[in-house]
Design a protein. Structure first.
Length: 279
């Protein structure tokens, strides 16, 4: 190779002729990244902004977090409503017994089971660090305790009082088994209202006289079931969902007996036992 061939083809010669020098793209070949190489601006052509293959990033304005805010608001509203209902739940039955002195059709085991369940809900709320579960339990205790005392003073019947003991033992067993079955206690506790509505419904349907039952208590239970179900969905508390379903069915069973005009109406017959009124 001669000196002349070097000088006519080297960088100096290209600059003398005005031939543009190929400039490698930054960061290596852009073909390896799957996009075309950046074109080289010829000599003498004024600089002009070129459009790259990648679109410019647009700075999106942060959208408000509507879903979490809505969920938090729903939890607040339903939690407060559940607490208010728990505060008023035992009041109608207590006032009814105080005013009439009648406990006909009222189940003492049912009320005792409700006291046991309320204490269990309180412990469950403390375990979850859920302020509304704790508030609901604390709010419901005074009226339920007052109703329990009023019924005990006016009734000599103690039939079925083994049920509260069995219910307390079942709750304790579910709590001890929590490390092996984490969801067991929540399911059992969610069925706690079953231990309240079942004795109440059986007693009502086996009693010829249901004048001692306060209708307002069971209407409040229907409303409480709806609110508790909403709170369970919003806060993700499984036990509240189970509670809502059982409470609704049980309340409707008791209300059906109270509202049903049973015949014969001689004050001695009940729908389940049945009898014939004397002539």
């Amino acid at each position: 190779m001669t000196h002349e061939s070097v000088t006519t083809t080297g960088p100096a010669a290209r600059r003398a002729r005005g031939t543009p020098r190929a400039v490698p793209p930054r960061g290596g070949s852009s073909h390896a990244l799957g996009r075309p190489a950046t074109p080289v601006r010829p000599a003498g052509v004024p600089h002009r902004a070129t459009r790259t293959s990648q679109p410019a990033r647009r700075h999106r304005r942060p959208t408000p977090r509507e879903a979490p805010v809505t969920t938090d608001l729903l939890v607040l509203v339903t939690g407060a409503a559940t607490t208010a209902l728990a505060l008023a739940f035992g009041v109608p039955q207590w006032l009814h017994v105080r005013r009439t002195g009648s406990v006909a059709g009222v189940s003492l085991p049912s009320i005792t089971n409700s006291l046991v369940s309320t204490l269990a809900w309180l412990l469950y709320g403390l375990h979850l660090h859920d302020v509304w579960v704790v508030a609901t339990s604390v709010a419901g205790l005074p009226a339920m305790l007052a109703t329990f005392v009023a019924v005990v003073r006016r009734s000599d019947a103690r039939t079925g009082m083994w049920l509260p003991l069995g219910w307390a033992a079942l709750l304790a067993g579910a709590g001890l088994a929590a490390p092996l079955a984490p969801g067991l206690f929540a399911t059992v506790l969610g069925c706690s209202v079953l231990w309240y509505v079942t004795p109440a419904a059986v007693t009502a349907w086996r009693s010829p006289d249901v004048s001692g039952i306060a209708t307002g208590t069971w209407l409040l239970l229907v409303l409480d079931a709806a609110v508790a179900g909403s709170y369970g969905l919003a806060a993700g508390v499984t036990a509240y969902l189970v509670y809502a379903a059982v409470a609704l069915l049980g309340a409707l069973a008791v209300l059906a007996r109270v509202w049903w005009r049973w015949a014969p109406d001689c004050g001695r017959c009940s729908p389940l036992t049945g009898c014939t009124c004397p002539a």
